[in-house]
Design a protein around this ligand. Structure first.
Ligand code: NAD
Length: 535
């Protein structure tokens, strides 16, 4: 394992969160949190996981604060919805430019509050820019009324409208705190909605900096509100007051959000956990596949919903792949530094570290073998854990059954492709999958048979995630609904159908007998089946 002495790492890391932040920036961010005035409240500390030291105190918002945010959002929404879409588009494009221009500040902040490696923080910045560009240039056409086929050809004129749904709530996790707030909120706002965001308490600052830049880009004050504090307390009034709830987080919390959305009869999208398989076939390009597996398994220290936790290797390449994979995993540079050479950063918290270690210990106790890693690295920082490869993993082990959400992957050999497909699909989750083969047609045939919302051929996750034009989300216990693409926009709108009937009504005609009407309609439908363009 490539490491540096602890002291030089600490010295390197110190400027990350003391000197590089503009003076006052953090306090300015805290001032953006929506709070009802004059109330006693408690604060909580946001900590830098890489050193487990407090960065800044943030208010634990109350239920009254959430209601205030909702009221403000609702007031602002009407005017926002009436503003021309091209004005909204310009605001989002200005955010796009700001986020690319000022990426260093955002990367520092993301590294500081999550402990992630800089290359992982960069993925967030690039993702938000992609989402801004994609939706800014498409919002107008998505919102344009669309002609639809009428009930009676030529006699019915029908069109479909898309209205903003109103106020949309977002509850987001800590692992990609910028992406999983802004990249979803952008289409919601472009559609004419106001937004209330509740970020995770461990990492609320990136969303706040995003809000600050959105305001600089021209977003009217109350269109996006942020409230901070415990999800269990704030979710209830939030869900009770919004018209749609967009949740990203664990499957357990997702079920509770779905129940509350059901009670309130509002729509929801749930982006939940995964236990994602990667299949390396006998004809795969091994160099590329190993490189892909390193990113696929250890990006964001494995705290990535679409990361790979189960790696299936076909017998002929098992040894060759594993030899390279172990070597490169053991050489992966881990640490808290602010440069792009670091391959992996810290885990978010003691709780996450304990969970990862518990999965590894449980597996070893039941007979698994550690091929690389398998231990914490307190010499680098309190929550660092080595990238870990396990073999001889069996179904009784937690690491096989549950989402670890850490830098741990289980390798499993297979002979027959049908066997690999069966094992890969044998999971309550169905989020993301990856297939490596030189025979891309074979890859495509297998992809269709994977019960996962996204499948990457000769890629780990970025190809599918980065295809913002295509839907992204989970099957089975990995979620409901989709982000990205038209679906990721349409979920924030309410459709309305307007149909105008000319000359004769749909239904029995007043000037003829009902029996005649029945015969004419039956004949007309028989005919329509055969007329291209009117079918
Ligand atoms: P979590 O469910 O504990 O927390 C997510 C959010 O929900 C946080 O803002 C939290 O404050 C809030 N929350 C917690 N308990 C709540 C409750 N009882 N009621 C309402 N809100 C509550 O999730 P986590 O463990 O912090 O995040 C990791 C999980 O998120 C993993 O399972 C990961 O796979 C999943 N995830 C999924 C995606 C995706 O796109 N599918 C993306 C990122 C993370």
């Amino acid at each position: 394992m490539n490491t540096q002495p602890a002291q030089s790492i600490a010295a390197n890391f110190q400027p990350l969160w003391t000197q590089t932040m503009r003076p006052g920036l953090l306090n300015n961010l805290v001032d953006l949190i929506t709070r009802a005035s004059g109330r006693e409240r408690t604060n909580f500390a946001v900590r830098a996981p890489a050193v487990d030291e407090p960065i800044v105190e943030v208010p634990a918002c109350t239920q009254e604060d959430v209601i205030l945010a909702l009221n403000r959002a609702r007031k602002a929404q009407q005017e926002w919805a009436e503003s021309p879409v091209r004005e909204r588009k310009q605001i989002v494009l200005r955010l796009h430019d700001l986020i690319l221009q000022r990426q260093e500040t955002m990367l520092d902040l993301l590294q500081m509050e999550t402990g992630k490696a800089r290359r992982d923080a960069l993925e967030e910045v690039l993702d938000v820019a992609q989402a801004c560009r994609h939706y800014a240039f498409r919002a107008e056409s998505y919102l344009q009324p669309k002609w639809r086929k009428g009930a009676l050809p030529l006699l019915t004129r029908t069109w479909e409208l898309r209205h903003p749904i109103g106020v949309v709530g977002f509850i987001s996790p800590w692992n990609y705190p910028l992406t999983l707030t802004l990249s979803d909120a952008i289409p919601a706002m472009l559609a004419g909605n106001a937004v209330v965001v509740k970020p995770d308490s461990q990492a609320p600052l990136a969303a706040l900096l995003g809000l600050q830049w959105l305001r600089e880009a021209g977003l009217p004050g109350d269109v996006l509100q942020v409230v901070t504090g415990p999800g269990a307390d704030l979710a209830k009034p939030l869900i009770a007051g919004v018209d749609y709830i967009c949740f990203t987080g664990s499957t357990t919390t997702g079920r509770s959000i779905a129940r509350q959305a059901g009670e309130n009869l509002i729509g929801c999208s749930l982006e939940l956990g995964g236990k994602n398989p990667m299949l390396v076939l006998h004809d795969a390009d091994i160099d590329r596949a190993v490189h892909g597996a390193l990113r696929g398994c250890f990006a964001n220290a494995g705290q990535l919903c679409i990361s790979c936790e189960r790696l299936f290797l076909q017998d002929p390449v098992y040894d060759r792949f594993l030899h390279q994979f172990i070597k490169r995993t053991s050489n992966l540079k881990i640490g808290p530094e602010k440069n792009f050479d670091v391959g992996m950063g810290s885990l978010i918290s003691r709780g996450q570290l304990d969970k990862v270690d518990a999965h590894v210990r449980d597996a070893v106790r039941k007979g698994a073998v550690i091929l690389a890693g398998g231990r914490a690295r307190p010499d680098l920082g309190p929550f660092f854990y080595e990238p870990t490869i396990l073999a001889r993993v069996t179904q009784e082990m937690r690491v096989w059954q549950e989402e670890t959400f850490g830098p741990v992957v289980s390798v499993c050999p297979f002979g027959d492709i049908e066997e690999a497909l069966r094992m890969a699909n044998d999971s309550p989750f169905g989020l993301n999958a990856s297939i490596w083969t030189r025979d891309v047609r074979q890859g495509q045939r297998l992809a269709v048979r994977m019960r996962c919302g996204t499948v990457n051929i000769n890629g780990a996750y970025a190809a599918a995630w980065g295809s913002v034009d295509a839907p992204m989300g989970g099957m089975k216990a990995s979620g409901i609904g989709r982000r990205h693409g038209v679906e990721g926009f349409a979920r924030f709108t309410e459709s309305q159908t307007i149909a105008q009937q000319n000359l004769i009504p749909v239904g029995p005609w007043p000037f003829v007998k009902a029996g005649f009407y029945a015969r004419v309609m039956t004949a007309a439908l028989r005919l329509l089946r055969h007329i291209p363009g009117l079918r």
